[in-house]
Design a protein around this ligand. Structure first.
Ligand code: ATP
Length: 203
């Protein structure tokens, strides 16, 4: 198997992880021939926001979701830091782990790409990694404006990826779980089992 030296990273709250996340990671892996895609669950301070469950659960659900794909893996780098993480630090960490000679691609939905102008150290981050913006069916597809906002750096580093549109969000799925509606075929089977076993997303 030929290696390209390209590494994908997908960060998120993953509260819980769903097929929308896995699908954009798969499409990015295929299109950019990424050697691997690393899922990075974000740390979230306990009790800060009632709707985000403990990082340990989110980490274990994400691990269960990526287990059956040899190109997918998980990292605890943000969740172990136990404080707010800037993506720039996470990318620097992976660059030190896997090498400065590799190319790094941060995979995100277009709603995240829309928000990039507000990110801390965004210019430094754009010099360290590429962004793949997977179109999300929430009206946030106008990323050309964002690319133009960053000028040459944007044109070089931010890439729009057309993917099958999946109208899934963790917010809606939490609502379904709370009201005991089905999440089958929206959340991976192993994660549905994990949620039942750990009795989470009840309130
Ligand atoms: P919430 O509803 O709780 O805000 P979410 O479903 O947006 O959660 P996150 O963990 O915040 O999930 O998302 C991680 C990344 O995956 C983000 O960049 C987000 O834009 C992207 N993403 C999530 N769902 C989809 C989807 N259905 N299609 C494309 N991208 C998605």
């Amino acid at each position: 198997m030929k290696l390209t030296g390209r590494i994908g990273i997908i960060g998120g709250t993953f509260n819980p992880i769903h097929l929308g996340h896995l699908m954009i990671a798969e499409m990015a892996q295929e299109t950019y021939e990424l050697d691997r895609v690393i899922f990075v669950p974000a740390y979230h301070p306990p009790h800060k926001h009632d709707d985000v469950i403990d990082a340990q659960y989110r980490y274990e659900m994400t691990a269960a979701a990526v287990m059956d794909n040899p190109k997918f893996t998980i990292s605890d780098v943000e969740f172990k830091r136990e404080g707010p993480s800037y993506t720039v630090d996470t990318i620097k960490y992976f660059r030190s782990q896997y090498g400065e000679d590799k190319e790094y691609y941060f995979i995100a939905g277009t709603d995240t790409i829309q928000d990039l102008p507000n990110w801390k150290y965004i210019h430094e981050l754009l010099s360290l990694c590429h962004f793949i913006g997977a179109v999300r069916p929430d009206g946030s597809a106008a990323i050309e404006k964002i690319i133009e906002y960053f000028g040459d750096l944007g044109r070089e580093r931010i890439h729009l990826l057309e993917v099958p549109l999946m109208q899934l969000s963790a917010t809606d799925l939490r609502q379904r779980l709370r009201t005991k509606r089905s999440v089958r075929y929206m959340i991976p089977k192993a994660v549905v089992q994990y949620i039942a076993q750990h009795d989470i997303y009840k309130k």
